[in-house]
Design a protein around this ligand. Structure first.
Ligand code: NOJ
Length: 534
């Protein structure tokens, strides 16, 4: 494929913003849209192509915005629709794309659709949600469990039936078998596309359809009592149902009416299932599904060179023709990257994410090396933690506010932040790291520059993926251009490793550029090197 045929979401890097935690413009301790607008220069200079903003719709905030009460509005805590319009215009003026989160699986229980649906059994919107009679014993209709633990069924006294909620009881599941639901959601998608948004990140795309016979899920023999009770069964009848694919294709078809929009799917599935969400033939208009079914496998794989080499090879071999890969290292639902990979590995992780083949998605603050925040029991905000306390379900640690400077509010707020800052953060802010030539932020900037400049990195192929003694290595190449070898020491020890013949372009220690390498090189603990092959 010629470079000119490539699309922005293939070549560029996506940056996720959790809006409550990025920048507070009005001093209430919660981030907002004007706050994001005021930080666009930082984002443009960082060198990313697009921002994805987690939900900012009107919401009772039971799940901090993933409980939507109006698909075409802005919650006052985040600003107004005029603020959104200003934000998108300002982003586009800086050549930044704007992707919004969309939550099609469920609404808030305060959404007018649900208020109607629960009002009576013969309400015209009754069938917009999933209502069932009790089982013969009077209990829940079947054994389906909520992702946040406990039954997925909530008893409703007004109409004496149960409704389904894959997440909180305040997040009733829409009935995607009802064509009126589809039409209403598609209308909301058009509303935002007409405003010029550049794509959607679709929440829990693989969960949209549930078994039409409501069969109970099989027990999970590997479940450990005391862990998330969601795992006590295997989600055979509640996830990845065959009928989901037609909906994904229809979403994509709708978006074809708008040029160059991207459809991203949040999908936690094994690789063999994940790749089916690209659609039966991603090369054709009719066969195209999600453009980027989010690949979370780097998050789920142990931080081990041999295992990651196997993962890369497997993923690459499973991608259908015409499918473009993608990689994610962190998001608002997963422990912070810096905490997960451990101190001394953040730099090599950055080089991995930004040199693999496929669109990388970064999570705000990971470019600073922000670790998990420490949340005491009285500071807990996340409903996932409140519903099953003390078993590690909480997502507050990875949602701590962005660190802009060393002022008391970290440049994030003039008020009291809604979540505590991460511990010992003096050296971690944008201001502090911008002043250090070899900081993690400086490395991200350099990697993002290189990735933009070099077709081998943003568009090229990946070959010779291997691992030895804890060092991961692969080669990126583009047509007749110079090939690059990437060598990543994922261990805490120095390792002497085989290397191609070439010249050092960049090391994660930000030194040594220009030196020649021939056949072998010594990598420091946690060091990564980008070689230009000669
Ligand atoms: C996935 C989102 O990423 C998560 O934050 C949310 O709680 C659930 N979907 C429910 O919408």
């Amino acid at each position: 494929m010629a470079l000119s045929q490539r699309l922005w979401w293939q070549d560029g890097v996506i940056y996720q913003i959790y809006p409550r935690s990025f920048q507070d413009a009005n001093g209430d301790g919660v981030g907002d849209l004007p706050g994001i607008a005021s930080r666009l220069d930082y984002l443009a200079q960082l060198g990313i192509a697009a921002i994805w903003i987690s939900p900012f719709y009107p919401s009772p905030m039971a799940d901090f915005g993933y409980d939507v009460a109006d698909y075409t509005g802005v919650d006052p805590i985040f600003g107004t629709m005029a603020d959104f319009d200003r934000l998108i215009a300002a982003a586009h003026a800086k050549s930044l794309k704007l992707i919004i989160d969309f939550v099609p699986n469920h609404t808030s229980d305060q959404h007018p659709w649900f208020l109607e649906s629960r009002a009576s059994r013969d309400n015209p919107k009754r069938d917009w949600y999933i209502w069932r009679d009790p089982a013969p014993d009077g209990g829940a209709p079947n054994n389906w469990t909520s992702n946040f633990g406990g039954s997925a069924w909530e008893w409703d006294t007004t109409t004496s039936q149960y409704y389904l909620h894959s997440f909180l009881p305040q997040q009733p599941d829409l009935n995607w078998r009802n064509p009126e639901v589809k039409a209403a959601i598609f209308a909301a998608m058009r509303f935002w596309l007409d405003k010029g948004v550049d794509g959607f990140r679709m929440d829990v795309l693989w969960l949209l359809i549930k078994d039409d016979q409501f069969r109970s899920n099989p027990q999970n023999p590997d479940w450990t009592p005391g862990s998330n009770s969601f795992g006590s069964t295997l989600p055979l009848y509640t996830s990845d149902r065959p009928e989901t694919h037609a909906i994904v294709r229809e979403m994509r078809e709708l978006m074809n009416g708008y040029p160059e929009r991207v459809l991203i799917g949040e999908i936690y599935l094994p690789l063999t299932r994940l790749v089916t969400y690209y659609g039966p033939d991603p090369n054709t208009t009719e066969g195209r599904g999600a453009d980027l079914p989010f690949n979370f496998h780097l998050i789920q794989t142990a931080w081990n060179a041999e295992k990651i080499a196997t993962l890369i090879r497997n993923y690459e071999s499973l991608l259908p023709p015409g499918a473009w890969p993608n990689w994610v290292l962190g998001n608002h639902d997963q422990p912070r990257l810096a905490t997960r990979v451990g101190q001394g590995q953040e730099h090599v992780a950055a080089m991995l994410l930004l040199t693999l083949r496929g669109t990388p998605t970064m999570y705000y603050g990971d470019e600073l090396g922000m670790p998990n925040a420490q949340i005491s029991p009285d500071e807990v905000q996340d409903p996932a933690e409140k519903r099953q306390p003390g078993i590690g379900m909480g997502r507050d640690p990875e949602r701590s506010p962005m660190l802009w400077d060393e002022s008391p509010g970290a440049g994030f707020t003039t008020g009291t932040p809604w979540l505590p800052f991460v511990p010992d953060h003096a050296a971690l802010s944008v201001a502090a790291e911008s002043a250090r030539g070899n900081s993690l932020l400086a490395l991200y900037r350099r990697l993002l520059d290189l990735r933009r400049d070099r077709p081998a990195l943003h568009a090229g192929d990946v070959t010779d993926v291997a691992a030895e003694k804890g060092v991961l290595r692969y080669i990126r190449g583009w047509e007749s251009g110079k090939r690059l070898q990437i060598l990543l020491n994922l261990t805490g020890e120095p390792v002497q490793t085989p290397a191609e013949r070439g010249r050092i372009l960049l090391t994660t220690l930000m030194d040594g550029a220009g030196a020649d390498v021939d056949g072998t090189m010594l990598l420091e603990a946690g060091e990564g090197v980008l070689l230009e092959l000669t």
